[in-house]
Design a protein around this ligand. Structure first.
Ligand code: HEC
Ligand code: HEC
Length: 276
C-alpha cells in the first residue's frame, strides 16, 4: 500500500528502510491515550491512524508521559497566568467571564468548526474574545502568548477523542483542505500526502516520518524549545519542500487544519505533545 518511489525520486532526501510503528502504549500521568485506531471512513488510502508520538524515539516519547518531564508545562503555567491577567480597555481578564478554564473541556476535539458560515479555529475564538470582549490587541497566531493559551485550553480535552465535523456547513472547507493535502507544491513538487500518507514509517534525513497528525498541537519541539502551532508546522513542511508557505491563519491553512484534524478523528487529544 505504501510507496516510497516519490521520495526515492527526490535526490536531496535520504530515505532509509521502512520500520514498523512501535507497539508501545502511551499513558500520561497514568491516563491511557489512544495512539492507534481504525482510520475514519473518509480516508481511502489508510487503514489505521497513528499519533505522531508513536514515531518518536523512546527518549522523546518519555518526555510526554509525565507532566513534570514535559517541557511544555512551563508554557501551560504561563497560560494560567494569562488567563487571570487583566488586559485591554474593558479592564477584564479571561477569568472575569470564564470562571474556570476547565469549562473548555471538549472544545479542542471539535476544532476547527463552522460558526455563522465561517471556519473558526481556537486561535480565532481566543482573539475574538480579546478584541471584541476585552478591548485588547489580538495575539500573534504562533506567538508565545497565543500558544500558551491554546495549550492550556487544549489540555482540558486531553485524552478525549478528536471528533471534528466534516459534513453540513463544514463540507466545503473540508473539501478545500483535502484538495490542498493532495496538491503537489514547491520545487520538490510534493504534496503532504507524498510523505505523510504514502511514506509514513520510513526514515527521512534521520527523522521517522509520521502521518502528520495534529492531535497533539500546540506541540513542544525540542528543535526550537517552544510551543509550535499547527500552522507553524505546516509552514515548516512547505519550506522543506521549497514551496512558498501559505499564510498562518489564512483560509488555506485553516481548511488544511480541518482536513488534517479529520484524519485524526478517534485519536486522543495529546495537547501539549512533545516532538523533536
Ligand atoms: C467579557 C467577557 C469575556 C471575556 C473577558 C473573555 N471571554 Fe471568552 N467568551 C465569552 C462569551 C460570552 C463567549 C461565547 C459564549 C461561550 O461560548 O461561552 C466566549 C467564548 C469563548 C471561547 C469559545 C468557547 C466555545 O465553546 O466555542 C473561548 C475559547 C474563549 N471564549 C476564550 C477566552 C479567553 C482565552 C479569554 C481571555 C483571553 C476570554 N475568552 C475572555 C466572554 C468572554
Ligand atoms: C518531504 C516530506 C514531507 C512533506 C511533503 C510534508 N511533510 Fe510534514 N513532516 C515531515 C517530517 C520529516 C516531519 C517530522 C517527522 C514527523 O512527525 O513526521 C513532519 C511533521 C509534520 C507534522 C507534525 C506531526 C506531529 O505529530 O507533531 C505535521 C502536522 C505535518 N508534518 C504536516 C504536513 C503538511 C500539512 C504537509 C503539506 C503541506 C506536510 N506536512 C508535508 C515531512 C514532510
Amino acid at each position: 500500500m505504501r510507496r516510497i518511489t516519490t521520495l526515492i525520486a527526490v535526490s536531496t532526501l535520504a530515505v532509509g528502510a521502512a520500520t514498523a510503528q512501535d507497539s508501545n502504549e502511551l499513558s500520561i500521568d497514568g491516563a491511557p491515550m489512544v495512539t492507534e485506531v481504525a482510520a475514519p471512513a473518509h480516508m481511502e488510502n489508510v487503514d489505521t491512524i497513528y499519533s505522531g508520538w508513536r514515531f518518536r524515539s523512546v527518549e522523546t516519547q518519555s518526555l510526554e508521559m509525565d507532566d513534570f518531564d514535559n517541557p511544555a508545562f512551563v508554557f501551560v503555567d504561563k497560560g494560567i497566568d494569562l488567563f487571570d491577567a487583566v488586559d485591554g480597555s474593558e479592564g477584564k481578564a479571561c477569568a472575569s467571564c470564564h470562571e474556570d478554564v476547565a469549562e473548555f473541556a471538549g472544545l479542542r476535539t471539535k476544532l476547527p468548526k463552522v460558526q455563522d458560515g465561517e471556519l473558526v479555529t481556537m486561535e480565532e475564538l481566543v482573539n475574538g474574545c480579546r478584541t471584541e470582549r476585552m478591548g485588547a490587541e489580538p495575539w500573534k497566531w504562533s506567538g508565545g502568548d497565543m500558544t500558551a493559551m491554546t495549550a492550556l485550553i487544549g489540555l482540558q480535552s486531553r485524552g478525549m477523542p478528536i471528533d471534528v465535523a466534516i459534513d453540513g456547513d463544514a463540507a466545503p472547507f473540508w473539501e478545500k483542505g483535502k484538495e490542498l493535502y493532495y496538491t503537489r507544491v514547491g520545487q520538490l513538487d510534493m504534496a503532504c500526502s507524498n510523505c505523510h500518507e504514502d511514506n509514513y514509517g520510513v526514515m527521512i534525513r534521520a527523522d521517522h516520518l509520521s502521518q502528520g497528525q495534529i492531535n497533539g498541537f500546540p506541540t513542544y519541539r525540542l528543535k526550537n524549545a517552544k510551543l509550535n502551532s499547527s500552522h507553524g508546522r505546516f509552514k515548516g513542511c512547505m519550506k522543506n519542500i521549497r514551496a512558498e508557505p501559505y499564510k498562518e491563519g489564512g483560509e488555506k491553512f485553516k481548511a488544511l487544519e480541518l482536513y488534517l484534524a479529520s484524519r485524526g478523528n478517534g485519536l486522543s487529544v495529546e495537547t501539549p505533545s512533545v516532538r523533536n
